[in-house]
Design a protein around this ligand. Structure first.
Ligand code: ASP
Length: 311
């Protein structure tokens, strides 16, 4: 570890079906770049990867366009239950909350739990923690989400997943942030409202090591159908491959080849301790944006189907 590393940052706002023709690309790009710029500023000022990831997740959770925090999708019973996790690479420590309700920023709870002996709490435990931390009661429901849910109820919940893509003024998509700070430390954070319309008690990959994982070699945050992500154990799989000596490029290509073969619908963002930045997807679209401190880039206009990109 040294203190002369050029920080790196990648964020995502979900994966899903095409943005084309929905007038969403420019608005999504602007929203993601604004967040990339603000969070990169923290890294440039010497803030830790963990602090940058938490701030990035808060900003994405607060933007109703994305399916996390405010603007989360509703489950089959019309309620919102959110999940979030944080992993610090150097300590290789995971923390998270599963199916928490009525809080503004689930990532803040994951951050608090980094320092605790019991580091991942589910619904009732998460609710108790929210009370202990005196977090104000917050209703993350937006009118747009409510209308979408009512429409889907009329259609008897035929879709396997809510629209995970941001369109117009609101849309969906789990969010994630992976950062490398000036001391060479990596952190990863992921936060979601889930797939939408799911059974009560369904557990998202976003607060599991399958969906969010980091160590001192690499960090990954995933999005897409949580069950597919869990079946591939995608985030941990990519990180372990890098740890065992594969380059980030090789680890991403291999993992996405396997995911494609298994007909998974997912996406991931990643970076490694050398400062390589990557994203990949099997879904039509993944909404990723990144910066190496010199230039910014994004995945918004990538072709349909499997793509792996490493900067
Ligand atoms: N992975 C999330 C879940 O299945 C959903 C998403 O990424 O949009 O809960």
């Amino acid at each position: 570890m040294s203190d002369s590393v050029q920080p790196k940052l990648i964020v995502h706002g979900g994966a899903g079906s095409s943005l084309q023709g929905k007038g969403g690309i420019d608005a999504v790009r602007q929203a993601l770049y604004q967040i990339v710029d603000e969070v990169y500023g923290l890294l440039r000022d010497g803030k830790s990867a963990t602090d940058a990831v938490v701030r990035g997740c808060q900003l994405l959770e607060d933007n109703p366009r994305f399916n996390a925090g405010t603007g989360s999708v509703l489950q089959s019973d019309g309620q919102i239950r959110m999940s979030a996790s944080l992993m610090e690479g150097i300590s290789q420590r995971f923390s998270g909350v599963i199916n928490v309700s009525r809080v503004k920023n689930p990532i803040d709870m994951a951050k608090f739990l980094q320092g605790e002996r019991d580091r991942t709490l589910s619904d009732m435990g998460a609710a108790e923690l929210a009370r202990e931390l005196h977090l104000p009661i917050f209703d993350p429901t937006t009118d747009k989400r409510l209308k979408e849910w009512l429409q889907d109820r009329k259609d008897n919940f035929q879709r396997s997943m809510a629209n995970v893509i941001a369109e117009d003024e609101a849309g969906r998509g789990t969010i994630g942030v992976v950062a490398l700070d000036s001391q060479g430390r990596i952190a990863a954070g992921t936060s979601t409202g889930g797939k939408g319309f799911e059974r009560i008690g369904r557990v998202s990959d976003s607060a599991m090591p399958a969906g969010n994982y980091a160590n001192r070699f690499a960090g990954v945050s995933c999005t897409g159908i949580g069950e597919d992500i869990v079946d591939e154990c995608l985030a941990a799989r990519i990180v372990v491959r890098v740890t065992d000596g594969m380059s980030l490029q090789e680890a991403m290509v291999r993992s996405f080849e396997e995911a494609t073969e298994n007909q998974r619908d997912l996406g991931a963002i990643a970076l490694d301790a050398q400062g390589n930045i990557a994203w990949g997807k099997t879904s039509e679209v993944v909404l990723a944006a990144y910066t190496d401190g010199e230039t910014r880039g994004d995945s918004l206009e990538a072709e349909n189907g499997t793509v792996v990109f490493v900067v």
